[in-house]
Write a protein that binds this ligand. Sequence first.
Ligand code: CMC
Length: 385
Amino acid sequence: EGYFTYDPGFVSTAACESAITYIDGEKGVLLHRGYPIEQLAEKATFLETCHLLLFGELPTEEEKAKFEDIITHHTMVHDQLSDFFHGFRRDSHPMAIMCGVVGALSAFYHDSLDINDPRHREVSAFRLIAKIPTIAAMVYKYSIGQPFMYPKNELSYSENFLHMMFNTPAEEKPINPVIARAMDRIFLLHADHEQNASTSTVRLAGSTGANPFACIAAGIAALWGPAHGGANEAVLKMLDEIGTADNIPEFIEKAKDKNDPFRLMGFGHRVYKNYDPRAKVMKQTCDEVLEELGLQDDPQLKMAMELEKIALEDEYFVKRNLYPNVDFYSGIILKAIGIPTEMFTVIFATGRTPGWIAHWHEMIGGNNRIGRPRQLYTGETKRDL
Ligand code: CMC
């Protein structure tokens, strides 16, 4: 009695079986349903990747058209949902609103509460993939005091998101295809990453039979932290704090100092002990976007490159296999596109939604057993009052 494996931080515990994503952290390999992330980023769209994660295969042309049509026709949210926003302070952190509003979707789709019916589970998946970018853009519009923009059916997933973010009823500009492609890649590169903290949270919440909107809201909450999805926001804040390239050595020393809580944001990963394969693609996309926008000489970007170079040569980082991760470059791209820093983790959440929902789907459709970790009790032994 009382014998448990003690594994704080779950560094060596597999909590489930899964056929969705494979990672070899030593070699820097990431496969979705067997396909390397680099090939998906090159040849597939985010929505094709969503289909792959959810159903196990990339869609045929016919399936692709059908899937895109379904997602397009689920992008609107109930108008009453917009009332929820007005209960939040205008200066709320966007992730605070996301947690609440996504969870509130449960109140609008009662059929989704019946998780035992596979058709209901499927439609919940479509609703979440389709509506999260709409809600994300509403969060931004609310923060700047502009009217919410309705989605447009003739636009692609990423174009639609940029349209709802940056257009206004007074002026609708065409979406720049290079930026739309970059946005699509950012979503795609975040689409899934096996049992990370937020996905494990979705699985644990889902294992109780909670509805999918509540589970995804739990995932959004877990993603918020700076050690996870909050890192892309933290990278930009860190670059602001460093200020100029000549301050880099001082911050490198701070990062190495065990008595200083400062860490180099966008560096290191629990699983990758090699270059994060997503970071490579993200860097390439970063170059494309900066060239398109004529920002190649952006001083902050130059500083980021300098920081990367110095860190990659420093013995401390080399010895611990600390490489730039996906969030190091995504923040720079999002800033160049004009997305405010506080929205970065919301973008991550939008991209990660198909991964969360694919894991929830796999779990509920399989041999689900409630997740219930045990503990090593370290408190008082029995005593009397
Ligand atoms: N700066 C300085 N030192 C670091 C860093 C860093 N960014 N990351 C790890 N280390 C050190 C750490 O202090 C430890 O040193 P020692 O062995 O001397 O005590 C060693 O490297 C191993 O680190 P760890 O904390 O045991 O590793 P972990 O797997 O628990 O943490 C991590 C992984 C991602 C939380 C951590 O690397 C970190 O805080 N990075 C910065 C935040 C970040 O960029 N997060 C995004 C992760 S990728 C996207 C996502 O998953 O959401």
